[in-house]
Write a protein of this length. Sequence first.
Length: 264
Amino acid sequence: MALWIADGTMGLRKEQGPPVTPPCFALCQTGACLYAAGEQTGYCICPKKSRMLFDFPLPRGVCAMAGFGPFVCALSRETDSLCAFSPENGALCFSVPAGSYPRDFALSPCGKYLAIAGSAAGEVLVLNQELHCVQKIRVAGACISVCFVPDGLAVLCAMGDEVLSSRLLHISPRGVTEEAAAFPHAPLCLCALPSGSLMMGCHGSVLQFNPRGRQTGRLSTPLPVRIRAAKGGVLIADSYMGMVLDGRKQPHYQGPDPADMCCL
């Protein structure tokens, strides 16, 4: 397996190889291709040959990408929208509202639903494969990250004004919200593992929880901006250290600004 890194300074790279694209900030795999988001430009890459196939226009401020149904979807926090593109040529198919300054989204394990952390709007939006909103849940605080868990959704929220703290919420399929945990650290990212466990990134550490919300582990790392499930564990992009680490804090990549990663 090869590790691909979207680096905001160096561009998309295969492990420590030369950059394939200009600087980029989000990454996803759809079919046999990789798609990366740069500053108002998207890139389609053939990973086998490590070369770019084509580029296409994107809105400003894309912070997350994913293959969803027949589309490549890009979430923009500057235009408050989720845009759907053709994976064949990058043509824009349509876009939908995505809250206020959205920060993250996640796909359901069945692949039929997409949940958006609506950030400043304090809401979670759940969309179907036609990108129609089928559920809107209001929560206290700013929604920073969201993921699907076996019995609903996990949502990471920021609380406070001058000093931020974190709240980890559980939302049932019927929209009932309960607090699972709270911490005096600014929240950054959230990831659900195939085992049902959760990994939460906040300033200074990555915390691990079991499916019931009980903390089971902690890894010290300054600024974990993205956590991804990988074969046999997790990968953590720390932008302060300029590294991609695994769950044992072993470095797999070093670069100025790792923002996202994908294992193929």
